[in-house]
Design a protein around this ligand. Structure first.
Ligand code: NAP
Ligand code: F7E
Length: 323
């Protein structure tokens, strides 16, 4: 039997690194697409050196994607690359649209040209629900994005659905709610808080500035969520799925748990900075993943408290080694 080949765009990101870990345990040949940069940015996949192949291409460059597929000949493509930080999407809305929206079309066009049998996963987002039209959100909930990022992801979602309906591609859109880990970028609120807690505990800082403490998110563990991506591509038919825990918590609760883990009173250290409040906020996200549970047999394993404590512990250990 031949070894299955998966191509991951965004392998240097949080999800790309966990997905690579997961696919290697399943016996895949894993190829990661990276964009060219003057210095390597392989921190999250350092432990996989020698186990994954790295190829250069860019979501902005159509020909590079076509050539990449011709060279790698993957059976599965996981399109995780994007400009993923919501506040940056107000600062750079055009670039966000190029990466996060049109980048999906470029990848799908490459699939259509090179090999229509490729199974394609698109990293869609709960940010598409934005100003939520119902609680909890299901695959049938109408979308109402609240940021240029959410708008771009909505385009990516619909072009994925459309390529399935127009060209019969095996294209799936995974609508994933927020998922975090010790590998999460430090600007996202979960990691900003856990890194801040560790820095305060180690005497490297005294205060942590945050924006809206009342925003609520359905936070899960990235390690659990990458399995759902793979499960979607193993089904007999392509489809779209919500991936979420079904629980919702505020940024305030995140602070309470994270600071308590380190034995610190959060009110003494957390300050609100109005500059960090967004021009349009997503107040509440709570997903209903019952379709994924029923069809894929997928269930989240890590609770919110376990997730936050895992991240605090990892940041405390990191700052103990490297002040
Ligand atoms: P992340 O850590 O920000 O990683 C993004 C990846 O995209 C990085 O590897 C980045 O490469 C790459 N990238 C950006 N622009 C590129 C370009 N022009 N060409 C090639 N690669 C490019 O994001 P993540 O948290 O792993 O999320 C993975 C995907 O899921 C993203 O599409 C995100 O929008 C989506 N999503 C995330 C969540 C979540 O809660 N994490 C939820 C729903 C959906 P560099 O290393 O070079 O920057
Ligand atoms: O913000 C509030 C902020 O930046 C969460 C991306 O992976 O998940 C992520 O998008 C909430 C927001 O994630 C700060 O206002 C308060 O309400 O961690 P975040 P996000 O915007 O939900 C979705 C599903 C994606 O698809 C995205 O790619 O926390 N918040 N104070 C803060 N947020 C940040 N970043 N920093 C603060 O100081």
């Amino acid at each position: 039997m031949s070894i299955p080949t998966a191509l991951i765009t965004g392998i240097t990101g949080q999800d790309g690194s966990y997905l690579a870990d997961f696919l290697l345990t399943k016996g895949y040949r894993v190829v990661g697409m990276v964009r060219r940069s003057s210095t390597e940015n392989f921190e999250r996949i350092e432990h996989l050196r020698g186990q994954v192949e790295i190829c250069q291409a860019d979501l902005l460059d159509q020909l590079s994607l076509i050539n990449l597929l011709r060279q790698v000949r993957p059976g599965e493509v996981y399109n995780l690359a994007s400009q993923s930080f919501v506040p940056t999407s107000w600062e750079q809305p055009v670039l966000t649209g190029e990466f996060t929206a049109l980048g999906v079309t470029r990848m799908l066009e490459a699939v259509r040209l090179v090999d229509r049998e490729i199974r394609f996963y698109q990293a869609s987002s709960s940010e598409m629900f934005g100003k939520v039209q119902e609680v909890p959100q299901t695959e049938r909930t109408p979308f109402y994005p609240r940021s240029p990022y959410g708008v771009a992801k909505l385009y990516g979602h619909w072009i994925t659905v459309n390529s399935r309906e127009s060209y019969n591609l095996f294209a799936c859109s995974g609508i994933l709610f927020n998922h975090e880990s010790p590998r999460r970028g430090k600007e996202f609120v979960s990691r900003k808080v856990t890194d801040g807690v560790a820095r305060i505990k180690r005497g490297l800082a005294d205060q942590l500035f945050l924006g809206n403490l009342e925003a609520r998110r359905d936070w899960g563990y990235a390690g659990d969520y990458v399995e759902a991506m793979w499960l979607m591509l193993q089904q007999p038919q392509p489809d779209d799925y919500i991936i979420a825990t079904g629980d919702t918590h505020s940024v305030r609760e995140l602070c309470e748990i994270a600071f308590a883990r380190a034995g610190l009173p959060w009110q003494d250290h957390v300050m609100v900075d109005q500059k960090l409040v967004r021009p349009a906020e997503v107040d509440l996200l709570q997903g209903d993943a019952s379709k994924a549970q029923r069809v894929l047999g997928w269930h989240p394993r890590v609770s919110f408290r376990q997730l936050v404590e895992m991240m605090v512990d990892a940041d405390l250990a990191r700052h103990a080694q490297r002040p």
